[in-house]
Design a protein around this ligand. Structure first.
Ligand SMILES: C=C(O[C@@H]1C=C(C(=O)O)C=C[C@H]1O)C(=O)O
Length: 362
């Protein structure tokens, strides 16, 4: 087939795609109207995750040329664009612009919704609580640093719930105005510099590594000082008008978890996790007693985090964050919570959310 004939075929396919995408958007709008009338959430992460999995399966069954990553990215934007028509969805995130949380939020919700950067975790919580935005995005765990305690502690004192969870493979990039050979100095957040030191040493053996207070400040240096580069996100490079010179090799990528904060939990999907806070008296065997309750109800405890109780100067209280398999509306979990309470523990459900299928990357 000639170049011209092939282009004519592509144009015809694009025409069909446009028609089909708009037909799809109209149907999403019909669903949106029903949801508004019934007071339901417009964005349903459980349904989206199911759909993405099904589409990836379909793609591999048809031995499609496109990768799973590409299918996910395309449909993320299709879903985001349709959602944006619905109710001008607003998302707040832990800033500044270009932060990892911003990058993750854009990956999840796409470019059609609007974003509000907040300077603190508290800011994200209050913005969601006062209904200034629909959802907030915050980090909750980093594979090298452990749990993000700030986020967990705020959940305890708030009525807000974890609505969805995002697993993310953190890819760090080196960005600069010039090319690799011109880089004499690389600025970065101390944590990022520590993580990237091994491969930076190989790719930029003559560059001096300098710590900066934040990734955003590092990018500002790279923007204004010739011969310098910064570590950060691809999004930050875009926002600061910098070129991505290198990306962290796969073996140096780290994993992180983020939460989507909402005003309530989603409905059970049959494939959910629940975050619980359990307060017990700090004594020998306290955690064992708590765990025995879960075991006797055959409820799987996926993860445990221990935190001091603010204001408990005598150290008499123990606070545990437990991630559990299942939804808090399921009978087994309701019974477990009942047993724990009967045993004298204080329990708070911090949210039930669809178990994310796999690490999302773009
Ligand atoms: C269409 C729906 O609403 C939203 C839009 C979706 C989509 O574009 O496919 C999927 C889930 C929801 O976030 C739905 O709930 O089915």
């Amino acid at each position: 087939m000639s170049l011209e004939d092939t282009r004519i075929k592509i144009d015809a396919i694009d025409q069909q795609l446009i028609r089909l995408l708009n037909e799809r958007a109209e149907l999403v709008h019909v669903i949106g109207e029903i949801k508004k009338k019934d007071g339901l959430d417009i964005y349903v992460p459980g349904r989206e995750e199911k759909l993405l999995r099904k589409l990836c399966e379909l793609n591999s069954a048809q031995q499609g040329l496109l990768t799973e990553k590409a299918i996910r990215a395309i449909f993320r934007e299709i879903m985001s664009a349709a959602l944006a028509l619905e109710n001008s969805m607003k998302i707040s995130f832990l800033g500044p612009a270009g932060s990892w949380t911003h990058q993750v939020a854009i990956n999840k919700f796409g470019n059609s919704v609007s974003y509000v950067a907040e300077a603190s975790t508290e800011g994200v919580f209050s913005r969601v609580a006062c209904q200034g935005v629909d959802y907030g995005v915050l980090p909750i765990e980093h594979s090298t640093e452990g749990a993000v305690h700030h986020t967990l502690d705020h959940l305890v004192d708030s009525e807000l719930q974890i609505y969805a969870e995002i697993l993310w493979k953190v890819e760090t990039v080196v960005m600069a105005k010039g090319d690799v050979a011109s880089v004499k100095v690389i600025y970065g957040h101390p944590q990022m510099l520590a993580q990237c030191r091994p491969w930076l040493g190989q790719c930029y053996p003559h560059a001096t590594l300098i710590e900066s207070a934040s990734s955003s400040l590092a990018a500002t240096h790279a923007e204004s000082e010739p011969g310098t580069a910064a570590l950060g996100t691809p999004l930050s490079a875009e926002l600061h008008g910098l070129r991505v010179l290198s990306t962290s090799p796969r073996e140096h990528a780290t994993r992180a978890r983020f939460i989507i904060l909402g005003r309530r939990s989603g409905a059970p999907t049959g494939h959910d996790n629940t975050m619980l806070m359990v307060h017990a008296r700090d004594r020998v065997g306290a955690l064992l007693e708590v765990l025995q309750v879960f075991a006797s109800r055959n409820v799987n405890v996926r993860q445990i985090e221990n935190r001091p109780v603010p204001g408990d100067l005598t150290g008499e209280q123990a606070r545990f964050f437990l991630e559990i398999s299942g939804h808090h509306e399921e009978t087994s979990l309701q019974e477990t919570i009942h047993d724990l309470t009967a045993q004298g523990a204080k329990v708070k459900v911090l949210g039930s959310y669809p178990a994310p299928g796999w690490v999302e990357e773009r």
